[in-house]
Design a protein around this ligand. Sequence first.
Ligand code: FAD
Ligand code: UDP
Length: 367
Amino acid sequence: MYDYLIAGSGLFGAVIAHEAKKQGKSVIVIEKRNHIGGNIYTENINGIHVHTYGAHIFHTNIKRAWEYVNQFAEFNRFTNSPIADFNGEIYSLPFSMYTFNKMWGVKTPEEARERIEAQRKESGITNPSNLEEQAISLVGRDIYERLIKGYTEKQWGRPCSELPAFIIKRLPVRFTYDNNYFNALYQGIPIDGYTSMIEKLLEGCDVRLNCDYLEHRNELESLAEKIIFTGQIDAYFDYELGTLEYRTLRFETEIMNDTNNFQGNAVVNYTSKDVPYMRSIEHKHFYPGLETDSTVLTREYSSAWKAGDEPYYPVNDDRNTKLYEAYRQLALKRCPDVLFGGRLGEYKYYDMDQVVIRALEVSNQIS
Ligand code: FAD
Ligand code: UDP
């Protein structure tokens, strides 16, 4: 018998596991993949920590989250500054004076604001109610057409006019020459990779890999008093109220032995619909100054999720938000001793710092 059984060894499960161990509890972690770490897993290829499930940059304004992860990893000073490739033309991201200068030749913030305001007025938008209107209001139609529309529609698989405005508000719009993608006080990547950080969090816990909790539920639920489930909440209930919508990703990784610097930047977003992938990541550039003989590139494709695929992004629209709430109520009624948490368990578009804070809150509640 264990005090806690945690299904899922991602960041959420690992923080809960660590906090429970700290309080002297016994913990078993069940993971359906063949490795720990969830989507922040990194693997070493030719001396490069490869982000197997897409670019992961830890960024936060929450000192507690930053101090927490720094107990388990030393972070480098990587600052994310992706570039956008629109039909071969390169623009700086996020939207800053560099972007405005390249797009319109303007040099001052005042000139940039005038351009955007003129384009907003021309579109007649006063009260933006969806992503398209929000984007045009924030940065004007030219940037919307070249840097937002194609990328967003590839990512989410539906027109920008049918997407919630909040998605685009994740990106800063700056009237300064500053291409830091995040408005974050703290930012970096673990020098030894994320997997090593998760290993440290899980120290002292029993871990069972290649084991789907839902397939062995009867045998496993009797192993512990408290269950924490970090997989899909709809899958836990065998989709009995319907299926929540997710986006899945396909990662195509190429090891290049004939060059050690292919694209000159960690992240390049392909913002035209004509390019089938969303972005390409050159992993070595997450570690500034790293010298290698070869390089590793990953191209990321997005599509609708269907049973059997990995669910990466929850699609937080009205229909799914209501359905998730129905599952949450069902969980409270039918299995009050099981706690659902993390990006899939709570069906939320959480960044890593939010996951850490949420896991610490939950640990406090259940201790
Ligand atoms: P996960 O990492 O998904 O872990 C859940 C684990 O549970 C998985 O290992 C899964 O295999 C396992 N599991 C599921 N069901 C079962 C089951 N039935 N039985 C056993 N095991 C099960 N955040 C940032 O802060 N910065 C970024 O730059 C960033 N980039 C991202 C890029 C991409 C492409 C994606 C998809 C996300 C990104 N995020 C980023 C978000 C970040 O990945 C999440 O916040 C974080 O990894 C969520 O941790 P989690 O433990 O909730 O979920
Ligand atoms: N986005 C865009 N063009 C880009 C990068 C981002 O239009 O080159 C939009 C897109 O709608 C995306 C949102 O900005 O969903 C938020 O971007 P972020 O990088 O935060 O997305 P993540 O990959 O973290 O989900």
